[in-house]
Design a protein. Structure first.
Length: 567
């Protein structure tokens, strides 16, 4: 369902429906103001991309605004590098917070004053219990919690203790400020949650000015209120936190945004938990946050994903109310669909096998015309060199061909893409291993361009590269980082790391590519014919010596592998 605002069509999902109803009822004076509030303690992943798209796109659809606000309330785990990466990723995805860059630390003094206000109204108290005691007395989902022995402290004593916490008189972890709500509430988030804890850690923006820091649930809602956010859009895990969000705002009587939750993004064969992603990085299971196997935005970008392909994927899956797992193939297909239209075609041989065309004149070289992209006539053509010696893929030759093997084999005739028909006459093997090291063939000069004048049918067309002119390069072929479609099933026993795929990265040296690729620039993507889409690595490539990462295969082969494994 769609409707229009200022002549612009708006796709109607349940969030947009709620917002349209608020506007129709005159709430917030018709304003729509959202925010994206990341914690600068890691890189963004594809799940964050969904939250970014939801918040920024909805604001744009209704002619509103979207803030970027860093939730910098946890010093020690935060780093300016992460903040820079977050801003870079948001801009790369195509969204702009304009001048509205904020930090929770901008509001530390106001949040502190709000806390004093709650103490004065009898709605907050300082607790001396240890973290272990508080956890024990919190109760369970089926049993109520136990009131703290400090819960009935006087307002005066609580004010004195909290101000002394602020002055830095107490040790880390020795006291917390808690909201006084209901230790018997069926919602555990309302069982006197913490509002402030003591942390004598230097903050990137305010230094050692604050020895106490607000908890997320306290800082988040009130920061929304301070900024005039009308709709606080967050993932479904915060649904049980909404009563606390509302309680804090209502007790203070300040501007009240509306919190709306949507399903978080889960993708098969991946983990979208920052805690576990940090383990992957810090324990060396991947080569950093931007490892192309990671589902981080930086990793996807380095692998070859584009902003438009990610946004197309997110638009395709929509915004739902209930959590589910999205198949990784949908994200891959979004990239394939785009690259099929835009990526130039080239030829590259990843596991080369030399073919000597014995009846081709020695020393002769010719240029053959090749199509750059059959999906785009404007892409034109290019010239590729051809000579007596070429490389083909090892798997395109069999000395003893299996049934229905139509590629090169003794006596078989095949078509070389854009070149000639060739027929295998002989081959050479390694005397020790028995492996084929060289193939001999003859060519038909009448089939230049890959067409036969007599119309004979050829069942196999092979890609190739001229041995004399080939660019030697490193190519990295990636597969799923995890073998299991749901790595988080480790909760049933074991560790998610048990599901790591040992073959998720193959580094192929000595690959033979078209010589034109020597000038390929970092970030450019090409289709290696018959193999897949490959992107010039933005970290390890050098001028004239590109390193290629496989962005995505030409088709989804993993599902076939899984079916074969089960059969």
């Amino acid at each position: 369902m769609t409707e229009t605002t200022d002549d612009k069509p708006i796709s109607r999902d349940f969030i947009r429906t709620f917002i349209a109803e608020d506007i129709a009822q005159g709430k917030n004076g018709g304003r729509v103001h959202t925010r994206f509030p990341p914690e600068p303690s890691g890189y963004l992943h594809i799940g964050h991309a969904k939250a970014i798209a939801v918040n920024f796109s909805i604001a744009e659809d209704f002619g509103g605004k979207c803030n970027l606000r860093f939730d910098d309330t946890n010093p020690g785990k935060e780093d300016p590098e992460f903040a820079e990466s977050i801003m870079r990723d948001i801009k790369w995805l195509g969204f702009d917070w304009e001048e509205r860059l904020f930090h929770a630390s901008d509001y530390f003094e106001q949040l502190y004053q709000y806390a004093l206000q709650l103490i004065e109204s009898g709605d907050a108290y300082v607790d001396d219990q240890t973290a272990e005691e508080m956890a024990k007395n919190r109760g369970t989902a089926t049993s109520p919690g136990t009131n703290s022995p400090n819960r009935e402290r006087s307002v005066e004593e609580n004010l004195d203790l909290f101000k002394r916490m602020r002055a830095g008189e107490f040790e880390d972890g020795s006291r917390v400020l808690r909201a006084k709500i209901d230790m018997g509430s069926p919602n555990l988030n309302l069982r006197d949650p913490g509002m402030y804890r003591i942390r004598k850690v230097e903050h990137d923006r305010v230094g050692m000015q604050w020895p106490i820091y607000p908890m997320y649930d306290w800082a988040h809602g009130l920061s929304d209120s301070i900024e005039g956010v009308t709709h606080s859009l967050c993932s479904l895990e915060f649904e049980n936190h909404r009563p606390l969000y509302d309680w804090c705002i209502e007790r203070l009587g300040v501007f009240h945004p509306r919190q709306i939750e949507f399903a978080r993004l889960n993708i098969s064969f991946n983990i979208l938990s920052k805690r576990y992603m940090i383990q992957l990085v810090e324990e060396g299971h991947v080569d950093g946050w931007d490892d192309p196997r990671m589902i981080t935005i930086a990793g996807l970008r380095r692998r070859g994903y584009t902003p438009s392909s990610i946004r197309a994927f997110l638009a395709g899956i929509g915004v739902a109310k209930f959590n589910s797992t999205i198949e990784m193939v949908l994200l891959e297909n979004a990239l394939r669909t785009e690259l099929n239209k835009t990526a130039p075609r080239v030829m590259g041989v990843l596991k080369p096998l030399k073919v000597v065309i014995t009846n081709y004149p020695e020393g002769q070289t010719e240029e053959l015309e090749a199509v750059n992209n059959p999906e785009d006539e404007s892409a034109g053509t290019r010239m590729v060199p051809f000579g007596r010696e070429i490389y083909i893929e090892q798997e395109d030759f069999m000395a003893e061909p299996a049934k229905k093997f139509w590629r090169l084999a003794p006596g078989n005739e095949v078509r070389l893409r854009y070149a000639y028909y060739i027929t295998c006459t002989d081959f050479v093997t390694d005397p020790e291993s028995g492996e084929v090291t060289e193939v001999h063939a003859i060519y038909d000069p009448q089939t230049k361009g890959g067409d036969s004048p007599d119309g004979r049918k050829i069942k196999a067309t092979l890609h190739w590269v001229s041995a004399q002119h080939a660019l030697e390069a490193e190519v990295r072929v990636f597969d799923h980082l995890f073998k299991h479609p749901n790595p988080m099933e480790f909760r049933k026993g074991g560790s998610f790391k048990n599901h790591l795929n040992p073959d998720s990265k193959q580094v192929l040296g000595g690959c033979k590519l078209e010589p034109s690729l020597a000038g390929a620039k970092a970030g450019e993507t090409f289709q290696f014919e018959r193999l897949g889409y490959y992107t010039v690595d933005t970290v390890d490539s050098q001028d004239g010596a590109p390193v290629f990462n496989r962005a995505v295969a030409l088709r989804d082969s993993w599902s076939k592998v899984q079916k074969q494994a089960k059969s």
